[in-house]
Design a protein around this ligand. Structure first.
Ligand SMILES: [Fe+2]
Length: 310
């Protein structure tokens, strides 16, 4: 029954050129299709970001993948939940089910597997007990541009975090990996996925809190952050390592103040795992190393009349 993977997300933006340059600098391959900017990871045949012209930056839709066998049951669940299916949007057509959830967030579920991604550089690391790299410098010294391998997850703002996470669990078949009190819920696919393919964060309206792109190593997380700060983009948070998900992170602001993350080394929950969620609100620290969360990290800049709330 469950949704299996995150396919892509789409934004309306007021300036396609600025958006295209940002994602090119971030390390993605951008192109034009039917008037929209498409961003893919190099060597991967899957749309990751779609930018379509609009008055202001706004989350347009989110697309998830599942199997042909599971799609009918998901459709039944969605209709049983009282949600009407709608036509695919003209600006960003695509197969599968389309609906607006209670937030008004347009969502697509289509038949799609995760497309294979390129392996890239695999540096060797010396440790106190193992020296696989003898008589040579680190492979990282060649300092290639960082190119993310795949879109891994999104953290979605919503006006009702408890309701939205329950919808994703009951109707779309996801499962709770971890949470932080009532305002942040990390969800994985029981068919096997990263610690979270989507997370739900409390705010005043729907929108993007951040999107996470996996890179080849923890070094590439730092190198990617450096790549973007060198180009003058705004640093948000990192580097550091999270408690929930265990991943190393570096967050940058996109040109419209949403957050885009380089991440590496996230927990993976395979099918059949007996995973016990933790409420991280009971922990003293949710960051294993690095600075604590900056104040504006949970601000929803997609709300026009003021910042969102935690
Ligand atoms: Fe993330």
């Amino acid at each position: 029954m469950p949704v299996r993977n995150l396919q892509h997300y789409a934004l309306t933006v007021p300036d396609l050129e600025i958006g295209s340059k940002f994602f090119t600098d971030f390390g993605l391959e951008t192109s034009l299709r039917d008037g929209n900017v498409i961003a893919q990871c190099f060597g991967r045949d899957q749309d990751q970001v779609i930018l379509t012209q609009g008055e202001r930056k706004r989350l347009h839709h989110v697309s998830f993948g599942t199997t042909a066998d599971d799609l009918p049951e998901l459709q039944k669940n969605i209709e049983t939940a009282g949600i009407k299916l709608v036509d695919a949007p003209k600006a960003t057509p695509g197969d599968g089910l389309w609906f607006e959830d209670f937030d008004g967030m347009l969502t697509n579920i289509c038949i799609a597997e995760d497309a294979p991604w390129q392996e890239g550089l695999a540096p060797t690391f010396n440790t106190p007990t193992s020296r696989p790299r003898l008589g040579q410098r680190t492979e990282l010294i060649t300092d290639p541009p960082v190119q993310p391998r795949r879109l891994g997850h999104m953290v979605l703002f919503t006006k009702d975090a408890l309701r939205k996470q329950q919808f994703y669990i009951d109707t779309l078949g996801l499962a709770l990996a971890d949470r932080v009190a009532d305002f942040l819920h990390f969800l994985y696919s029981p068919a096997g996925s990263d610690h979270h393919i989507v997370a739900i964060a409390q705010s005043g309206d729907y929108g993007i809190q951040h999107v996470g792109f996996e890179v080849g190593s923890t070094d590439e997380v730092g190198m990617g952050g450096r790549q973007m700060t060198d180009k003058g983009y705004i640093h948000c948070w990192g580097p550091g390592r999270h408690g929930p998900g265990s991943n190393v992170f570096f967050y940058m602001r996109d040109p419209w103040n949403s957050i885009v993350e380089y991440f590496a080394d996230m927990d993976y929950i395979e099918a059949g795992t007996d995973w016990t969620p933790v409420d991280w609100a009971t922990k003293e620290e949710t960051v294993i190393w690095g600075d604590n969360e900056p104040k504006d990290f949970p601000t929803n800049f997609e709300i026009l009349d003021g910042p969102g709330m935690h």
